[in-house]
Design a protein around this ligand. Sequence first.
Ligand SMILES: [Fe+2]
Length: 383
Amino acid sequence: MAIEAFFVPNVSLMGAGCLSSLAERVQMLNGKKPLLVADGGMTQLGYTARIVKLLEEADIPCAVYDGTVPNPTDHNVEEGIAIYRSEGCDMLISLGGGSAHDCCKGIGILATNGGNIQDYEGLDQLTQALPPYIAINTTAGTASEMTRFTIITNSSNHVKMAIVDWRVTPDVAINDPELMVDMPPSLTAATGMDALTHAVEAYVSTAATPITDACALQAISLIGQYLRKAVARGDDMEARDKMAYAEYLAGMAFNNASLGHVHAMSHQLGGFYNLPHGVCNALLLPHVCRVNLMARTERFADIAVALGEVTEGLSERDAAYMAIDAIEELSHDVGIPQSLSELGVKEEDIPTMVGNAQKDVCALTNPRKLTDDEVAAIYLAAL
Ligand SMILES: [Fe+2]
């Protein structure tokens, strides 16, 4: 039997109000001066100032880098590490959704490993642990606050680099649903569909294990029950709380079972056109599921059940197709755009994106080996 490893943060805080433990956790990690990494949106909404104040109240000074952009780049990492060094920081805190966490992980990699971020692309290329690191999550989607994945766009060729290393896993993940209530419906929908994609891809991955299966199915079930409610009313705290658990569970699943061609292909859309990650995944997910269905028919039938579909009396194949219908219905209900062309994707760019998608680390665990032509056909079908 193959040896399976399972990666999660040392401590994960869940539940409304858990942000109040931040300063205590900084002290437990012996942090004297953290660098707080956020994006401009967090600062505009007052969240960055709120974190600085929480730290100040515990006599913890901090430096701030809030220049992170969506689909963060190598330039963001370079700007952040310059501040980390000039301010004499000794630990990291990230605040936001995927972008701030990924940028912060990049900064942490350079803080202790040196060199350029491009040096660490691939699996387990680091030699040194990151500085102590707390990730505060504000969306229910990427799960970057608890994973070993770091996605940074290489600005020279617009390709998203995947740095996958157990050493980048945050020491503490904070998932406080009170920080998620201000998310607008469109962001709630896109991030929620990203979480669903994590769970579905992990469940049908070639690297799935009984542990990741349990996480993935529970995540799918919670998303099926609560994503519409969270989109319909952002202040529905039960829905926000359950979606926070769902995205974390989906993170546990894909952090260990990895992903598939939805992510391999959506990374190219993000890198090429700077499109929102969750929307790209949501658009590609049903098309990739349709192509993968023959490889994992029984598992797609399980997904239909987890999404609340009644499959009794149906053949396995018909039940499996119900999963795809249910995913499309959910995506439609929460207002995801229904074609890539609406987002400005051009047919002439497909061959380049196919080449890069086939090299993406996520393609390795797709349940079906896909040819370049098959990948191109999926992009075309979603166009
Ligand atoms: Fe994702």
